[in-house]
Design a protein around this ligand. Structure first.
Ligand code: 6PG
Length: 211
């Protein structure tokens, strides 16, 4: 795994933008990506790419917590690519069909961008989920321990198949989990996600790196 430590999320925003090439890109939700996507929005090259969610909270597009709504407001509209809204995921069957239509079967996404939650989850794959043992499922529905509960998510199979896997983790509150990830603690879904990929790239800010 390549580990890149930068001063802050702004620098991570710049570097991830430089490596952003698509053409098919899957984006995580949460506060990290809300901030990163704002860095990306001003750049012309995103207009030639196609964006899909890594995971989605199964609430309506206009409801609190919908990842694609956050991406729409903070990225697609300011970047002039509002049509990306059509890639909203509303359930496992629909999401899997949407991805297969775009990239074929098996699902191989050019660049998958992951984050890590404060329990070590990634995408909507949570610690203790039985589905973590199923390495053949491309897309699945899961239940979050925190609301909104119902989720749809790429499975490990699709994360591992990505041509590039990029993980972005900022913040001092994630430092002890980052250490567990680096120590190979496989009770954390994020560890499984990176261990199964041939060449993941991990971006940390200094705080998350414990510096
Ligand atoms: C989601 C995500 C999730 C996210 C992490 C980190 O929908 O919740 O895709 O996996 O990346 O929870 O979230 P923060 O950046 O808010 O800490």
């Amino acid at each position: 795994m390549q580990k890149i430590i930068l001063d802050n999320l702004e620098e991570i925003g710049q570097q991830t933008l430089e490596m952003l090439k698509g053409p098919i890109v899957a984006l995580s939700g949460g506060s990290t990506y809300k901030a990163l996507l704002r860095f990306w929005a001003a750049h012309e090259k995103v207009k030639s790419m196609s964006f899909f969610p890594v995971d989605e909270r199964l609430v309506g597009f206009d409801e609190e917590g919908n990842n694609w709504r956050v991406a729409y407001d903070n990225f697609f509209v300011p970047a002039g690519i509002p049509e990306q809204k059509d890639h909203l995921a509303t359930g496992a069957e629909q999401f899997e069909a949407l991805l297969k239509e775009e990239v074929g079967d098996p699902i191989v996404i050019d660049q998958v961008f992951l984050g890590m939650g404060d329990d070590g989850h990634t995408a909507s794959l949570f610690p203790g989920g039985e589905y973590l043992d199923d390495h053949e499922v491309a897309v699945l529905e899961t239940t979050s321990p925190k609301p909104p509960f119902p989720r749809v998510s790429l499975g490990l199979k699709s994360i591992w198949a990505a041509s590039e896997l990029i993980v972005v983790i900022p913040g001092a509150n994630k430092a002890s989990l980052v250490q567990r990830l680096l120590d190979g603690d496989t009770s954390l879904p994020i560890t499984l996600a990176v261990q199964g990929h041939p060449d993941p790239i991990l971006f940390l800010d200094r705080a998350a790196a414990g510096e």
